[in-house]
Design a protein around this ligand. Structure first.
Ligand code: NAP
Ligand code: ZN
Ligand code: ZN
Length: 355
């Protein structure tokens, strides 16, 4: 085992504090990544607070990881020492089922091994808990590591590994592009990169935000239109307007109101994962042959494609870089929608292991 350190929640809802722990000794196909940066995703907060059920503790969150390869196992061919790499939401999967064979490892039928709040497997048997990127090093099979193109900065690319791919995948699947009217509900970590992608893909992009506070910034990110959902007229003006709506909001919304904003054959894609259930009426769905869909992150192949797309189009996230000691304050600000637009932990410069 190798000794590492990070920040962990010891129990549900408890603040994150310094934590020493062990990771597996690298196997022949493993690389060790020295973590430089890790984004703070709202999913980290849901899981620390055990809002989805089944959280295990101690928990070191973090699945938006970038860093440098510092060691490679004997049989590693994809990476060498010094490579700029990334690790996202999962670190393994069964590799045999239909979804895995299609490069859709996030939908692995046996369940992907998530980067944290999950259990590592060796020879099919469960071993030690996985721990995430608010830590100094991670050991990952080379096949589950992504490559960061040279022109992308390691800090502002970190959130691409979750926020980025979570928006890129449905935008590609539902063919956002010229002639398509796309709305994004919630201008947070996911929403802001979704606006950049949809704009770059040539779609008409509208932000539906719960207040007017982010209006000017949304335009700079590439939004064509901006509406506050708190304004009375918004839902009337936009009735039957959109081809695709992507809902990134972390709390449950009155979905029926938003379904009515879809045009004939329009699709509402749920990517936000609130604790509570949605209620959906049959009429807003059936009336104009609308679809209600969902999507989770993206597979390895598509995640690399997204990173290359960002490289070609010079896209990265708008971030606030913080030392790891400020993680609890950052959580409070995320919950108040007070981040522009992703916190990224400067792991390399702020986390010092005590032993
Ligand atoms: P975030 O940065 O907190 O953004 C969420 C946005 O939702 C906020 O910026 C805010 O936007 C809006 N919002 C928050 N509270 C609201 C309220 N009470 N009423 C209306 N709108 C509200 O979070 P994130 O990291 O982007 O994640 C968003 C959600 O996606 C979380 O539930 C997360 O777990 C989930 N997620 C899913 C996947 C996936 O694969 N499906 C991947 C990553 C994250 P405005 O200020 O513009 O209204
Ligand atoms: Zn995430
Ligand atoms: Zn599988």
């Amino acid at each position: 085992m190798i000794q590492v350190c990070g920040y962990a929640a010891q129990n549900a809802k408890s603040p994150l504090t310094y934590f020493s722990f062990e990771r597996r000794e690298p196997r022949e196909y493993d690389v060790i990544v020295d973590i430089h940066y890790c984004g703070i995703c709202h999913s980290d907060i849901h899981q620390v607070n055990d809002e989805w059920g089944g959280s295990t503790f101690p928990m070191v969150p973090g699945h938006e990881i970038t860093g440098i390869v510092s060691k490679v196992g004997a049989k590693v061919t994809r990476y060498k020492l010094g490579d700029r790499v990334a690790v996202g939401n999962f670190v393994d999967s069964c590799r045999k089922c239909g979804p895995c064979q299609k490069g859709l490892e996030q939908y692995c039928e046996e369940g992907a091994t998530w980067t944290y709040n999950s259990v590592e497997k060796a020879d099919g048997k469960e071993t030690i808990p996985t721990q995430g990127g608010y830590s100094n090093k991670i050991v990952v099979d080379e096949n589950y590591v992504l490559s960061i193109p040279d022109n992308l900065p390691l800090d502002s690319s970190a959130p691409l590994l979750c926020a980025g791919i979570t928006l890129y995948s449905p935008l590609m699947h539902w063919k956002a592009g010229p002639g398509k009217k796309v709305a994004i509900i919630g201008l947070g970590g996911l929403g802001h990169i979704g606006v950049k992608f949809a704009h770059t893909l040539g779609a008409e992009v509208t932000v539906l935000s719960h207040s007017l506070k982010k209006q000017e910034e949304a335009k700079k990110l590439g939004a064509d239109n901006f509406y506050a959902t708190s304004e009375r007229d918004t839902f009337k003006k936009l009735a039957r307007y959109f081809d695709v709506i992507i809902n990134t909001v972390s709390v449950e919304l009155d979905l029926d109101r938003y379904m009515k904003l879809l045009a004939l054959d329009g699709t509402m894609v749920i990517v936000g994962l609130p604790e509570k259930k949605f209620q959906v009426g049959a009429f807003p769905l059936a009336n104009t042959r609308r679809s209600l869909a969902g999507s989770v992150i993206g597979g390895l192949k598509e995640t690399q494609e997204m990173l290359d797309f960002c490289s070609e189009n010079n896209i990265a996230c708008d971030i606030e870089l913080i030392p790891v000691q400020k993680v609890n304050e950052a959580y409070r600000r995320v919950l108040n929608s007070d981040v522009r637009y992703r916190f990224v932990i400067d792991v390399m410069n702020s986390l010092k292991c005590k032993d």
